[in-house]
Design a protein around this ligand. Structure first.
Ligand SMILES: Nc1ncnc2c1ncn2[C@@H]1O[C@H](COP(=O)(O)OP(=O)(O)OP(=O)(O)O)[C@@H](O)[C@H]1O
Length: 656
């Protein structure tokens, strides 16, 4: 498809009445191909209409250019028709006359008969034959908008621009019109740009969804490709495997924008007290059983006991919220999957490196691999069974949910599959899904299984949606689960706060590990501010239940950050192509695992800090060779072609 519209480095500044100015859009680059349907989405006031108006030629950019077929757009014209929310029909003309006015004015080279036929065809196309002689005041909102669309399409514009075309309509009419518009655009291959606030509308109609950040100086934050085949039917779209992830991606983006706005409005600054450099902390977490140490530190006063008077626990629904919070510098610390500090440090998947520090392993275990009930009912109990099943059902894709590429869930699942002779990148599809979304996807059949932290494995079993096929103990007993992560520049700026934080969490971990507190902890976690579900779904470790499949959280054992375990993560990330294997891995591990903070905190609490290096041995009996990681990596049969590189760690400043 050739390019029809090109927006190049567009900037728009409005002069304000009081004499000031407002920078609405900045650095917008966008190309739209012939026949494409593109939606613009973003919060109110972010500049969607401003951008649309400049493509329509109704307004001019302050900087940059917009072109249509290579020609600069400087005025409106019949080649770019706009449909507004308020219909803009001429009230004294009938349906037919409104359409005829546009056709007669623009298609003046056409014979009278052909024009008449075209007008009737348009009226028919939008199903208004019975209303052709009515004036707009006798039409419903939906009918008026159909006239506006028919009028716009009648003159065969190169580009159809829609500014919240269905915003004023009730849900049913809106739905009908969306489908009609979709059919027309598909039939006539109309290139369209639509402004909308409706995420479902955007997925249904678009080939691409352009998401704008909040102003001033709004930019394109992200562009989503909608890989749902055409022609589309609403029900098929809703059932398509990409539907929920596209929707969640948009909702995540919009929520992040809201959050950034709130943070921009917040007074900044560290409050120093009790000899600590900062006692006001925002600590991120994802609601899982493994967030228990954070919840307990807050609820049982361990933060306060160590001088951290103003701790705010920031609940994120996905791990991406945590990485964004860290990169953006608006979280002080976070509970993280054990590979995440490394992932951020190495700048995995071509993201800029954000050097991180971990000084505490918060939890071990707590994860499992769950398969859908359909697969369990077919007798699949091991990865060998699963491989046989994959061979028999090659005709359809098999999908697994993971929560983040850096997380132990992804690495354990990949390890488990590969050990069973299944290539996780070729034989199955791994989809990143927020933890709380896993059950919905498993139930809907859009995934065949997942690897996630509890309570989601237990819930799948208790609700009869799936069954655990391999628990922690059956993949890597006592593997690191979640760690405490902070940015390296934060750790350097607030060393005493860092120690106090580790102390508070170490004590909270000890509290969690005491079986006499289990019922209380489950009740706390069940609360709305944490997991928000029945305590029946929450179990901490085998002491409070009998089934070996259930989670085996460890909260107070092997809390010291382990460089050997982090090296295992480095190897696995290189194995799956997330990062090159860093030649300077020794330096990276030195900087990543700040043992001095852990040791000081543990010593001040009177805890035993002696350390013994444990070998890492997973369920397949293979031992991780920490003395020669490259050799180990080379010997893995299923892996991607890994590369090696020196990773240069920057020192971003907290002010950035
Ligand atoms: N003529 C103008 N003079 C000054 N400011 C303007 C003008 N037009 C728009 N703005 C400002 O530019 C920003 C973008 O406005 P725009 O109407 O494009 O937003 P939008 O994303 O379409 O919003 P909504 O979804 O609410 O329609 C807003 O802050 C708005 O107040």
């Amino acid at each position: 498809m050739s390019v029809l519209v090109a927006v190049d480095q567009l900037e728009k500044v409005f002069q304000l009445d009081g004499g000031g100015e407002y920078l609405a859009l900045k650095g917008i680059d966008l190309t739209i191909k012939r026949g494409e349907f593109v939606s613009l989405i973003g919060h109110s006031g972010c500049g969607k209409s401003t951008l649309l108006n400049m493509v329509a030629g109704l307004d001019l950019p302050t900087e940059g250019v917009v072109t249509l077929e290579g020609q600069r757009i400087s005025r409106p014209g019949p080649d770019k028709m706009v449909v507004f929310q308020n219909y803009s029909l001429l009230p004294w003309l009938t349906v037919r006359q409104n359409i005829a006015l546009a056709v007669n004015r623009v298609m003046d080279k056409m014979s009278k008969e052909d024009r008449r036929a075209l007008i009737e065809q348009q009226i028919e196309m939008v199903g208004l034959k019975a209303h052709a002689d009515k004036r707009p005041d006798l039409l419903s909102g939906g009918q008026k908008q159909r006239v506006a669309i028919a009028r716009a399409l009648a003159i065969r514009p190169k580009l159809l621009l829609l500014d919240e075309p269905f915003g004023a309509l009730d849900a049913l009419t809106r739905g009908n019109l969306q489908e009609q518009l979709m059919r027309m655009c598909e039939e006539y291959q109309v290139t369209s740009i639509m402004v909308t606030h409706d995420v479902d509308e955007a997925v249904l109609l678009s080939d691409r969804i352009v998401m704008l950040t909040n102003g001033p100086g709004s930019k394109i934050g992200q562009i989503l490709e909608v890989d749902i085949p055409r022609p589309r039917k609403r029900m098929e779209v809703v059932e398509h495997p990409s539907y929920y992830s596209l929707r969640s991606e948009m909702i995540y983006f919009l929520n992040q924008q809201k959050r950034i706005k709130k943070l921009r409005a917040r007074p900044l600054g560290a409050i120093a007290r009790h000899g600590l450099e900062k006692v006001n902390l925002d600590i991120g977490y994802v609601p899982l059983v493994a967030c228990a140490p954070l919840a307990i530190a807050k609820e049982k006063g361990f933060f306060q006991k160590h001088g951290l008077d103003e701790v705010n626990l920031v609940r994120e629904t996905s791990w991406r919220g945590i990485t964004d919070g860290m990169r953006g510098g608006y979280l002080d610390a976070a509970q993280m999957p054990s590979g995440m500090p490394l992932w951020l440090t190495l700048g995995a998947r071509d993201k800029p490196s954000t050097p991180m520090v971990t000084s505490l392993t918060l939890t071990r275990n707590g994860n499992a691999i769950t398969l859908s009930k359909t697969l369990i009912d077919q007798g699949i109990q091991t990865s060998t069974d699963f491989r046989a099943y994959l061979k028999e059902t090659r005709d359809r894709p098999h999908r697994f949910g993971i929560v983040h590429r850096s997380s132990m869930h992804n690495l354990l699942l990949r390890y488990w599959l590969a050990a069973g002779g299944i290539d996780p990148d070729r034989d199955v599809v791994l989809k990143t899904i927020p933890p709380a979304q896993m059950l919905v996807d498993l139930k809907a059949g859009t995934i065949d299984g997942f690897c996630v932290g509890d309570p989601w494995n237990l819930r799948a079993e208790l609700e009869g949606i799936g069954g655990v096929i391999a628990s922690d103990l059956e993949v890597w007993p006592n593997h690191p689960g979640k760690v405490l992560g902070v940015r390296e520049d934060w750790a350097n700026a607030y060393p005493n706060t860092h120690i106090a934080l580790v102390k508070a969490l170490l004590q909270a971990g000890q509290y969690c590990a005491d079986p006499s507190h289990t019922a209380e902890i489950c009740e706390i976690l069940a609360g709305r501010e944490y997991l928000g579900m029945s305590a029946a779904y929450i179990r901490l470790n085998p002491a409070d239940h009998a089934k070996t499949h259930d989670s085996h959280h460890l909260f107070d054992r092997f809390c010291r950050p382990s460089r050997t375990e982090q090296l295992w993560h480095i190897v696995q990330l290189a194995r799956w192509g997330d990062t090159p294997f860093p030649r300077n891995w020794v330096e990276i591990l030195e900087r990543l695992c700040r043992l001095s903070v852990f040791s000081t905190a543990a010593r001040e609490l009177g805890l035993d800090t002696s350390y013994q290096r444990h070998p890492i041995e997973l369920f397949d009996g293979s031992r991780f060779n920490a003395d020669n990681p490259i050799d180990y990596l080379n010997q893995l049969e299923i892996r991607q072609d890994f590369t090696m590189a020196d990773v240069i760690l920057d020192q971003p400043s907290l002010a950035a």
